[in-house]
Each structure stands twice: as structure tokens, then as C-alpha cells.
Design a protein around this ligand. Structure first.
Ligand code: AMP
Ligand code: ZN
Length: 495
């Protein structure tokens, strides 16, 4: 099957082919560093990570750029023109710090958070404040071409001059004209024109420009920095669904106005993460950070799993119950991989294993090729785990186990759950009535008494004498140990 992605620009799935052979260029809208990222933001970055990882799985070389917004993003950003206060300066005012300190602090926190979630690092993370010169250059170009105009020390983009405005979001010039007006600055030609450069003496972060001192608007940084690092035409641009309008619509107007070339070939947008049916957002206060969840004792791999397991074009409602179940699921995968590593039996090949591996590879790749259908791909992986566990309990050889193990690790280059780092199950394989059974001694030395009882309990269970089996478990408990059943094995812990 061919690789296909849903393109927000055409509202349909399109076959994906990069502009230049085996190299894919990707730009991701990154964080505004005025606060900790919440797990909704992180869903957008995990999607970007899965996209990049799957392209690499498919043999492409990926050039990925993610920006860091450290100036110009206003508290009200749903309309063409941002209003309110610069988010970073608002936070600085509240905390009585300077804005540079705020952005430095939260940028560092952002990198810590994405590392916790095993998100691969982009090629570069350009910052808006480090690209003021380039932004000014592009703004001058837009003025020269008649797309932008200076007024009273600010520069605005005249949306009516860009005929394609609205192609991405549907908010065409006609619709804007008919829509609800927001407060009008008399200096603007049209009330919906957005600022490329703003004059505001109250703003703390200021730079010199041909139009006097001021600061850049939010949208211009992404057009300028993406083209600087990736060229005038990008293969893929991503962001959360809230970025479609006005941010990405304005990015297109700026970039295509300046270069006259197509800006982005495939626009991909992640649907929101919700809490109780509402968008998780910092301004609503209904958000969880990864820090909150780690403090509560959740495993970062489970958080990653939860955020990647839904389809990126379907909204995902976050609950702690869902997170707990993600934890169980990750444990199942880890147990499976570690049990494969534990198989040391030199036995002949089981021809079924190779077939199972071929089947799961095909299923996984077909699902991922179809617009990154992760839930379907995971379904295929779990079918494989189930069928393999059955085969393992019947006994498979080292070679087959290795094949299955390597297949899982290959999938994990996309999933990023670091299954290869799972510790090898400590403990021995024992035979219970012809099946192989693993005892995992969790941080404790093997105890021959307990082992005998585990074997006895296993036999009772095979005979379906559940009551007898439970009695043995109680006895083990009296000795100070807890037994946790796993597929084809048991984990033993100190009570
Ligand atoms: P910001 O830090 O506000 O600039 O947002 C960073 C990224 O997170 C952008 O791509 C947003 O579209 C995305 N985003 C914000 N809220 C959510 C959410 N609740 N679910 C998914 N993505 C989001
Ligand atoms: Zn952006």
C-alpha cells in the first residue's frame, strides 16, 4: 500500500511523496514558553514524533524543525489579530520577573518534559527572539510587494490583497467581511488585517526596525523560521487544530506572499485533548502537566502510550482511569518482550512464528500507511502478542523468540516505548505440565520454597481446581510474598 496522509488543505487523504526523493522536511508549531506544557500540547508533539518516526521506519531521512515562541503570542489568539497581552509578558508581570527569565525557565522545562516522554529531538528549535532580523527582512519584502503596509509605526498584512486567504480554514475574505467585527484600530485598512510588526511602548521586549521600535506579531515567526531552515516549500507542517485559523492561514499568506511559491504541501493537524469534553487549555485552568502526573506516581511510558494510542484526527478525552489502563497495557507489552528475551531453549523452528511475524508486519504497516492509524496498528500488535503468548506457552525455540523480539523492537522504533530497555526477567523457566512458565523475582532472590508452591499452584490451576490454587497462594502470602499473574508467568514481590 502507498503511504497516505490526510491533508487539511484538500480535506482528503493524499498519497504522500516528498518534494526531494528520500528527504522529508517537517515544521511543527512548538510551545509558547510562558508556562509548563500541558498534556494536550504534548499530544501535538507526540503526534509530530510518531509522524517523524514512522517516516524514518519507512526509510526516509527526516529534517524536522520545531519553533519556540518567546515573543508576540497574545492572550487572545482566536481572531486574525491577536489581542490582550503578550503571554510571556503577562506571566512576567504576575511573577514580578523579566520576560527573558520566564521564557528561559519554561523552555528548559519543555525540554525536560519531552525527554521524559521519549520524544526524539528535532534538528533545530529556533526561537522567535533570535530571528528578528530575518522577520524584518520578510516584512519589508511583503511591503514592497504590496501585501503589507505601515501605519503609525506598526505594519499590517492587508488580507484582501492575498486572494487565496481562507483556503486552509474556510475563513475567506468574504466570510471575514460578513463576520463579527472586533474593535477596530483606525490605522488599519481592514479591521481583520493582522499585525506583522507592532508598536507598543508598554511592551518590554522591543527591537529597532525601519518602522521604529516594536516587536513582531506571532504568525510571522513561523513563516520565516520554517523557510530559513527548510526552504521555501515544506513537505509537512503540523500543529494542533486550533492552529488552523488564524495562525496557519496567516502563515500561508505571509510565506506565499513573500516568495510567490507554494508554502506547504501537506498540512496535518492534531485534534484536541479534552477534559470532561472541553479543550484542555492553560487559560481555562483545566489542564494536567506531565509533572502533575509523575508526582502522582504514573509511569511516563503510560502517559506517552495514552497520548499516542488514539487516532490523531479524533479528539481524545483524558481521564486518570484511561491512564491507569494505559499503564496495564504498557506492562503487558513489557512483560511480553521480556519473556521473549528469557527464552533460551534451543529447539527446532516453529514454522508458525515466521507466518505470525509476516502477518503482524503487514497489518502494522498497512494501518500506519493509512494516515497513521495508530489504534489499528496497535490492535495488530496485540493480536500478535496473544498468538505469540500461546505459542510460547506451548514452547518455542530461541531463534523464533529472537525473530519475534526483533519485530517488536522494530515496531517500537515508531511507538517509542523503549521496550528494548526492559530488564530481562530474572528467574528461571519452569515446566508446569508441559508448558513453559516464567517466575520473575521482583527485586528479591529466588526462594526454592516459594518456587515449589508456585509450581504446585500452577498445576492446580491447570486442573481448574481454583480453590486449591487459591489456598496455595494464601500460603505463599503467609510466607511474606505476593504473586501477580502474568501471561505464562508470575511476578513475585515481597508483601
Ligand atoms: P501553544 O503553547 O499554546 O502555542 O501550543 C502549542 C501546541 O499545542 C500548538 O500546536 C497547539 O495547537 C497545541 N495544543 C494546544 N492545546 C491543545 C490540546 N488541548 N490538545 C492538543 N493540542 C493542543
Ligand atoms: Zn507556528
Amino acid at each position: 500500500m502507498t503511504l497516505r496522509f490526510y491533508n487539511t488543505l484538500s480535506n482528503k487523504k493524499e498519497a504522500f511523496k516528498p518534494l526531494k526523493g528520500g528527504v522529508v522536511t517537517i515544521y511543527n508549531c512548538g510551545p509558547t514558553v510562558w508556562n509548563y506544557a500541558h498534556i494536550g500540547n504534548l499530544r501535538a508533539y507526540i503526534f509530530a514524533d510518531i509522524l517523524r518516526r514512522y517516516l524514518e521506519y519507512r526509510g526516509f531521512r527526516v529534517k524536522q524543525v520545531m519553533n519556540i515562541t518567546d515573543v508576540g503570542h497574545m492572550t487572545v489568539d482566536e481572531e486574525t489579530e491577536g489581542r490582550g497581552e503578550d503571554k510571556i509578558e503577562m506571566k512576567a508581570r504576575k511573577e514580578k520577573k523579566d520576560p527573558w527569565e520566564i521564557s528561559r525557565f519554561y523552555e528548559k522545562a519543555f525540554f525536560e518534559d519531552i525527554a521524559k516522554l521519549s520524544i526524539k529531538k528535532a534538528m533545530v528549535y529556533p526561537k522567535a527572539t533570535k530571528h528578528i532580523k530575518e522577520m524584518i527582512k520578510t516584512i519589508r519584502r511583503l511591503i514592497k510587494k504590496g501585501y503589507a503596509y505601515e501605519a503609525n509605526g506598526s505594519v499590517y498584512y492587508d488580507i484582501t490583497r492575498f486572494k487565496d486567504y481562507g483556503r486552509l480554514s474556510g475563513n475567506t475574505i468574504e466570510k471575514l467581511k460578513a463576520g463579527k467585527r472586533i474593535e477596530v484600530l483606525p490605522e488599519k485598512r481592514n479591521w481583520f488585517d493582522f499585525a506583522l510588526w507592532k508598536k507598543d511602548p508598554k511592551h518590554i521586549m522591543q527591537w529597532d526596525s525601519p518602522w521604529g521600535r516594536g516587536f513582531p506579531g506571532w504568525h510571522i515567526e513561523c513563516s520565516v523560521m520554517s523557510m530559513k531552515y527548510l526552504g521555501d516549500t515544506l513537505d509537512i507542517h503540523t500543529g494542533g487544530e486550533d492552529n488552523i485559523f488564524p495562525h496557519h492561514e496567516c502563515e500561508i499568506a505571509q510565506a506565499e506572499g513573500a516568495t510567490g511559491k507554494r508554502f506547504v504541501r501537506y498540512w496535518m493537524h492534531t485534534r484536541h485533548l479534552l477534559v470532561n469534553g472541553e479543550k484542555m487549555s492553560k487559560s481555562k485552568g483545566n489542564f494536567y502537566t506531565i509533572r502533575d502526573l509523575l508526582k502522582k506516581g504514573y509511569d511516563p511510558k503510560a502517559i506517552r502510550y495514552l497520548l499516542l494510542s488514539g487516532h490523531y484526527r479524533i479528539r481524545l478525552n483524558f481521564t486518570e482511569k484511561g491512564l491507569k489502563s494505559a499503564e496495564e497495557t504498557v506492562k503487558r507489552l513489557q512483560d511480553f518482550v521480556s519473556s521473549l528475551r528469557g527464552i533460551k531453549v534451543r529447539k527446532g523452528r516453529n514454522p508458525n512464528i515466521k507466518k505470525l511475524v509476516q502477518k503482524v508486519k503487514k497489518g502494522f504497516e498497512e494501518a500506519m500507511d493509512d494516515d497513521l492509524n495508530v489504534p489499528l496498528a496497535l490492535g495488530k500488535v496485540f493480536d500478535f502478542v496473544r498468538e505469540m503468548n500461546k505459542a510460547v506457552s506451548e514452547g518455542i525455540g530461541k531463534g523464533d523468540a529472537k525473530l519475534a523480539y526483533e519485530t517488536m523492537l522494530k515496531f517500537d522504533t515508531v511507538l517509542g516505548l523503549e521496550l528494548g530497555k526492559v530488564k530481562l526477567a530474572v528467574g528461571e523457566k519452569i515446566k508446569i505440565k508441559d508448558s513453559i512458565f516464567t517466575i520473575h523475582w521482583q527485586g528479591i532472590k529466588p526462594n526454592p520454597e516459594v518456587e515449589k508452591l508456585i509450581k504446585k499452584r500452577g498445576e492446580r490451576r491447570k486442573e481448574k481446581s481454583w480453590k486449591e490454587a487459591d489456598k496455595v497462594r494464601d500460603k505463599v502470602k503467609e510466607m511474606g510474598y505476593i504473586l501477580e499473574d502474568m501471561e505464562n508467568g508470575v511476578r513475585v514481590k515481597k508483601a
